[in-house]
Design a protein. Structure first.
Length: 567
């Protein structure tokens, strides 16, 4: 057997690695679900349901309204939204109108949002009339290229809300309506007679700009085509063919849709499977437990912190989780003990996979009936190849078990980075494999193990956090001369950032709380520090560059000592 395809020996008999797939426009996935199951519920949002035919009509009206605002090929529309019907309607409406979606994270600091708006050439932004959303976009509109806000209200799709639901949603904001700020209801106030844009080349037509960080501290947009996203959906369908019954699944969607993992596993795949998707605007353990039990949820994708929170809640044992038949963890490494505890509690195996923004979330999967291999994230998904190449940039595949850079090729791999041909060229091998920046190895059965990263990145609760971003913010604090940020182990977040700081001569020392307050407006919530140390000197390389390997080793030894003390 070709060593490049050694994983085929581990493939389930009902999964075909040779992916049968034709690139198509993303809205065609909704069209298929509507044709097969028009009267099935598509979305359940706080008890209010939309059928597939109702969702389809709203998407058409959104497309028509967006075209009246000038949306078409080459026009970029931002979505600054939580998990809510507006996201589904807006996302598919933009694409049906012929435009491109740009995803924005509410976790981002304002200056990061400003950079993304300008870099992506976003002209129109869809958001909500909540304090955590509208005011930031209204402020950014005064100093960026944004020319139009479309502001929705959650009560449009759920009516009156209870006090408990209001707590989950957040406080409403006062909106300054006008020519450049219209309501979502106004956008939808039409007959849905949009002008159809047929794609001549879906495989290469840009659909989504999904921003990912960089070691330089400047986020760059991964260009995901209609072909990339429909290929990833086809890969998920093939992998889950025996587990999913079209038109009968109930998916619990608590992951934020601006994250590529949630976009694919909850929305895109959920719609193509004609599932009923239960949307929660944010993760709340007790609410999730009640939803699984009362609504008989069958599918619950999440990240490790969610499953850890669920297992540790004092009321977990009071809820029936037996309806679950598929749970998947992504975004960060899954602790083996969490995997074991989850199966013991729910009777549902918690499977792990690996992927990234540039792979449209698909990368590897753990075969459904295979025994989990501790430390492994599974085998390559259908239609992809994975090679382990030398860390020095060489392109000769390494032997079985030898560590190197994980490189992947397939129809789901990004077309490149927006306006960054240099970064695109650096990330690709001569024969089209993406250099992921993850260090790992492959065993003789084709299972992949991720063990480290070549990129300076920390994984916090499934989100990529780049130390350079934090370091640049800390350098703005008066008196800071040098700073190094590393990721340390965190029982809940997986990893968390810790800063090591050297002060300028004569500068006054400060405490952790003071620094946190200073950084609050400069960093996103997911980037906030967990710890800080002020030192007289920081480690450096022989040529005088700041070095982090000594700091990582210190933390490793500290963790080992702490573990030994509690053993």
């Amino acid at each position: 057997m070709d060593t490049e395809l050694r994983w085929l020996k581990s493939y389930p008999s009902d999964v075909n690695w040779e992916l049968a797939y034709t690139p198509e426009a993303i809205p065609a996935l909704l069209d298929a679900a509507v044709t097969e199951f028009p009267d099935n519920p598509a979305i359940d949002f706080l008890g209010h349901k939309l059928t597939y035919s109702e969702l389809d009509a709203l998407v058409s009206r959104a497309a028509c309204g967006l075209q009246k605002l000038g949306v078409g090929p080459g026009v970029h529309v931002g979505l600054y939204l939580p998990n809510c019907p507006h996201y589904f309607i807006g996302f598919l409406g933009v694409l049906r109108a012929g435009g491109t979606v740009v995803n924005y994270s509410p976790l981002d600091a304002e200056r990061t949002l400003e950079h993304k708006i300008e870099d992506s050439q976003t002209d129109i932004m869809l958001t909500l009339d909540l304090e955590a959303f509208y005011p930031r976009m209204a402020s950014l509109m005064t100093r960026t290229r944004l020319r139009q806000l479309v502001v929705g209200s959650l009560v449009e799709f759920c009516g009156e809300v209870s006090d408990e639901q209001r707590h989950l949603l957040g406080k409403p904001a006062m909106v300054a309506w006008g020519d450049q700020c219209c309501s979502f209801a106004e956008l939808l106030d039409n007959a849905g007679d949009y002008r159809e844009h047929l794609l001549a080349d879906p495989a290469n037509t840009l659909a989504v700009l999904q921003y990912t960080g960089g070691t330089t501290g400047v986020p760059k947009g991964a260009m995901l085509t209609h072909g990339n996203i429909t290929a990833s959906c086809a890969q998920l369908r093939e992998v889950l063919r025996s587990a999913i019954v079209p038109g009968q699944e109930r998916v619990l969607a608590v992951l934020p849709p601006f994250h590529i993992y949630a976009l694919m596993v909850n929305m895109i795949f959920g719609l193509r499977a004609a599932a009923e998707i239960y949307l929660h605007p944010r993760f709340d353990v007790l609410t999730v437990l009640r939803e699984i039990s009362q609504s008989r949820i069958t599918t619950f994708p999440g990240v490790p912190t969610m499953f850890i929170g669920l297992l540790s809640h004092p009321e977990t044992d009071k809820h029936d989780l037996s309806s679950l038949k598929m749970s998947n963890s992504g975004g960060a490494p899954l602790p083996v003990e969490v995997q074991q505890q989850y199966f013991s509690r729910s009777g549902c195996a918690l499977r792990e996979g690996w992927g990234m923004t540039e792979t449209t979330t698909s990368g590897t999967f753990t075969p459904r009936d295979a025994q989990p291999r501790p430390g492994s994230c599974g085998v390559p998904v259908p239609g992809t190849q994975i090679r382990i190449l030398p860390l020095d940039g060489g392109e000769t595949e390494l032997p079985i078990g030898e560590r190197g850079e994980v490189c992947i090729k397939g129809p789901n791999i990004t077309a490149g980075y927006w306006k960054r041909p240099d970064a695109t060229a650096e990330a690709m091998t001569a024969d089209g494999f993406l250099r992921t920046g993850d260090v790992g190895y492959m065993d003789e059965d084709g299972y992949v193990y991720i063990v480290d990263r070549t990129k300076d990145m920390i994984l916090c609760s499934g989100y990529n956090v780049y130390p350079r971003v934090i370091e640049e913010a800390i350098y703005e604090y008066p008196g800071v001369e040098e700073v190094s940020v590393i990721g340390i182990q965190d029982a809940y977040r997986g990893q968390a950032p810790k800063a090591f700081i050297k002060l300028k001569a004569g500068a006054e020392a400060f405490d952790f709380e003071t620094l946190q307050a200073f950084l609050a407006s400069r960093l996103g919530k997911h980037e906030r520090l967990s710890a800080m140390e002020i030192r007289p000197e920081l480690p450096k390389t022989p040529v005088g560059k700041l070095s982090k390997k000594e700091l990582y080793e210190e933390e490793r030894q500290r963790q080992a000592s702490a573990s030994a003390a509690t053993a």
